[in-house]
Design a protein around this ligand. Structure first.
Ligand code: NDP
Length: 330
């Protein structure tokens, strides 16, 4: 089978590409320029013609993916801006919404062999900051949408990003529900919290890391900076390699069709089926490694049930990320 991965040069996407290649799939990765494709071609040259780069300059443009979807069997749409520095919310909302719906429209129009589309959404579309509850797939981040509506450019950078992911995912489900009777494929959505772990994309220094890996780096290695990040919002996390595995599973597992699925390593112990936790145990929420009541909690039972996803431990993530940082001499 052949997979289309959008934004293939990104932190998460390059791991997704690698995981699919390792599993024997052929992969077409989209990037904005030939120059950005070179690093990928170099990284995956041992796979010969099983990997190809495809240029899509502007994901927000109508019909952007019309050519890219031809001849592929499954699609992983990961491309979407992730940064906290937008001036206008539309800088993020435009590509998030139009890029996602555009991919679905192209798949509907020209994706004759497409069986499933997986969209990389986020827990940003689920979680409402400050609300104390265990969030599940039934939750939507209406708060971020309200904030950007009311405050416009003055809304916090993080809210602009969260609104872009929420509106992007809502638009995807809207298109899918409206058209599904005529579609040959179905939609699955993954909602990860902060994604950490060793980067294998093209980064030359810590400053050029993507937003989440940079936040981890700052919290762990930059004295005094973002000191509390990993015990507050960043306590809800997943290893980038597990996110990649989840994309493969979401495209392979029949039952993932039509589902949005939270994937989060925290509270993974609670989600194991059958539960290894004895009924008399008083396992602290968030075990192991974080305060007994983490500031952000997700119900990850759907991912366990449908994907059977196994999570790397925080120890493994930390060890491998630090080893990578040491190797780079940062
Ligand atoms: P990166 O910034 O590393 O990658 C983003 C990718 O999207 C890049 O290929 C980038 O291209 C592309 N992209 C962004 N904006 C545009 C645009 N306007 N037009 C075309 N391409 C664009 O981010 P991540 O790997 O961290 O994120 C990937 C996906 O995962 C995103 O959808 C993000 O929202 C989601 N996600 C990430 C989380 C995290 O903690 N990292 C958590 C939850 C979800 P270019 O390099 O050319 O800019």
């Amino acid at each position: 089978d052949k997979v289309l991965v959008s934004g293939a040069n990104g932190f998460i996407a390059i791991w997704v590409v690698r995981k699919f290649l390792e599993k024997g799939y052929r992969v077409r990765g989209t990037v904005r320029s030939a120059d950005k494709g070179k690093f990928l071609e170099e990284s995956f040259k041992s796979y010969g013609d099983k990997f190809e780069v495809f240029i899509v300059e502007d994901i927000a443009k109508a019909g952007a993916f019309d050519e890219a979807v031809k001849g592929v069997d499954v699609i992983a749409h990961t491309a979407s801006p992730f940064h906290m520095n937008a001036v206008s919310p539309d800088e993020l909302i435009g590509p998030a919404v139009n890029g996602t719906v555009g991919m679905l429209k192209s798949a509907a129009k020209n994706g004759d062999s497409v069986k499933r589309v997986v969209v990389t959404s986020s827990c940003a579309s689920v979680l409402e900051i400050g609300v104390d509850k265990v969030f599940s797939e039934a939750d939507w981040n209406e708060l971020a949408i309200r904030e950007v509506k009311e405050q416009g450019d003055k809304a916090p950078g993080a809210s602009k990003y969260r609104a872009s992911k929420t509106l992007g995912e809502k638009a995807a489900w809207g298109f899918y529900e409206k058209n599904k009777a005529d579609l040959k494929w179905d939609l699955a959505v993954l909602n990860p919290p902060f994604v950490f772990g060793p980067p294998i994309h093209d980064v030359k220094d810590p400053a050029s890391l993507n937003t989440s890996a940079r936040a981890w780096y700052d919290a762990v290695l930059v004295d005094g900076k973002s000191k509390d990040f990993l015990t507050t919002q960043g306590s809800a996390y997943i290893d980038v390699r597990d996110v990649a595995e989840a994309h493969v599973l979401a495209l392979e597992k029949e039952a993932a069709g039509g589902e949005r699925i939270i994937i989060s390593a925290v509270d993974a112990a609670r989600a194991l089926v059958p539960s290894p936790i004895p009924s008399h145990a008083t396992l602290p929420v968030g075990y192991p490694g974080i305060p007994s009541k983490p500031p952000v909690e997700y119900d990850t039972s759907k991912a366990a049930r449908i994907l059977g996803l196994k999570y790397r431990s925080k120890e493994e993530l930390t060890r491998d990320t630090l080893a990578d940082i040491e190797k780079r001499g940062w």
